[in-house]
Design a protein around this ligand. Structure first.
Ligand code: SME
Length: 151
């Protein structure tokens, strides 16, 4: 199912007649509405020169965490590690920022433009331990396609 979404994602992202945010919003909506274990889908970006992330387009419940300092939570850790972070059980994490009590698991994949970590895609799931390497590979593909808009 994830592989079948790839061509649709590429088509959305190459629509240069639309704003970057509008295209990212459509990606968030598509992923949340199509993949059963994706319950919140959003992009965070480095906030200018600050050592913090700022929430961009997202689909799902609004979150209070629109700004996340580097190092804080799963997102803030990925901002400094440059590595994918798969969390099968959010309760087992001590450096975790809870957005909703329904969330059981999370995956964060960094977004690189010309080798620089400029942000990330963040997905929350209400299903315990739902993410596999297929999700990681798929989200790396999504971010590579997103990166083309910025390079
Ligand atoms: N849980 C994240 C915070 C962002 S929300 O999931 C939308 C974290 O620990 O960084």
């Amino acid at each position: 199912m994830l592989n079948e979404l790839k061509s649709e994602i590429t088509t959305i992202l190459i629509s240069t007649d639309r704003s970057v945010d509008s295209r990212l919003q459509e990606i968030c909506d598509l992923l949340k509405n199509t993949v059963p274990h994706y319950d919140w889908v959003g992009f965070y970006f480095k906030n200018g020169d600050k050592e913090e992330l700022k929430l961009g387009p997202y689909a799902g419940e609004p979150t209070d965490h629109t700004i996340i300092p580097f190092g804080k939570g799963i997102c803030g850790q990925v901002a400094v590690s440059n590595e994918n972070f798969v969390v099968p059980d959010v309760k087992a994490q001590d450096n975790y920022i809870a957005c909703s009590i329904t969330v059981k698991a999370e995956i964060v994949v960094p977004l690189f433009v010309n080798g620089e970590n400029i942000g990330q895609i963040d997905i929350d799931s209400n299903t315990p331990d739902p993410f596999t390497s297929a999700d990681e590979h798929f989200l790396e593909f999504v971010n590579e396609e997103v990166a083309k808009m910025f390079s």
